[in-house]
Design a protein around this ligand. Sequence first.
Ligand code: HEM
Length: 327
Amino acid sequence: MLELIGEWMVVSDPPAHTRLRRLAAGAFKGQRISAMGEQITALVDELVEAFTGGDLISEIAYPLPATVIAMMLGAPVADRDRFREWSDELALVAFGAGGDARAERHERALRGLREMDAYFRELIALRRREPGEDMLTALMAADGDPAAGDRLSDDELVSMCALLLFAGHETTTNSIANATLALLRHPDQLARLRADPELIAPAVEELLRFDGPIKVLNRWVVAETEIRGRRISPGERVHLVLASANRDPEKFADPDTLDLARRPNPQIAFGKGIHACIGAQLARMETRIAVARIVERLPGLALAAEPRWKPSLASRSLEQLRVEVTR
Ligand code: HEM
């Protein structure tokens, strides 16, 4: 597991990070992501149309992102459910969430990751023989960097696929679910969005600021540093609390107020600096399409039960989001 996760750009420093990020950049080109809009809308419509109330996470927010990643990587439709299982298994290790005993959790994760590893290797072999229009083919060709002749090895491609699945799944699920909950708890803002669907882009920025999917990032300190009178020293680990930065009264007027039209909105739910989220454009698009459709197509949407948050330090994640709708 460490071999797989240890290769991830998100836990690498330069120069390894610089190289991995450069080789992945082509796969995340603006046009490539924009071109996904129609397919994502069709997927969201399917999920929203079928929803008659119940847990909005298991029925809409959870299936969507893994399906989108499977689709982007060019995996056959029939295999998409497996992507969700693998993503859960990766989360068991990487986030350490859930009540399972540690050994059992690792056992389950390892089984899943072995299966995922074999699957991605087969898919890579297939795309080497038959290149497609998908993101995996773009990653292989290192679209971002045609001149240098550097390419990702098969091991690196497997690790990259796993990272994209992991980084893009639970985060996007939570972004959709937390946004929906915040709207339900602020009926004035929900009504405002219903009345003015054009507001969706700034609304999603504000919803990410207000209750974003990642609360905390970790860093090791490498140099003696002083921040607001506190010294931190090499070897220490610090928690960077994005959730707190996003409610900083020096940056945001009335930070605890949800204002869908807030401007400016320098929220940092996608991080900052060299590791800032490479999938932000995709995540924004998925969240905008999903939240817009939920608001538009689910009349009478109301909370059916008081939701509970999962006991996780890093991720801001609901157990369930039970709602009623009137069709
Ligand atoms: C709303 C959804 C999302 C949120 C809130 C989010 C948030 C973040 C944050 C905060 C980081 C920085 C991590 C750090 O500095 O340690 C990050 C990095 C990353 N994200 Fe996202 N993310 C989301 C969706 C996605 C999607 C959809 C993908 C891809 C399919 C993705 C891929 C990545 C990758 C590969 C990195 C590592 C970048 C690097 O290390 O240079 N994310 N994300």
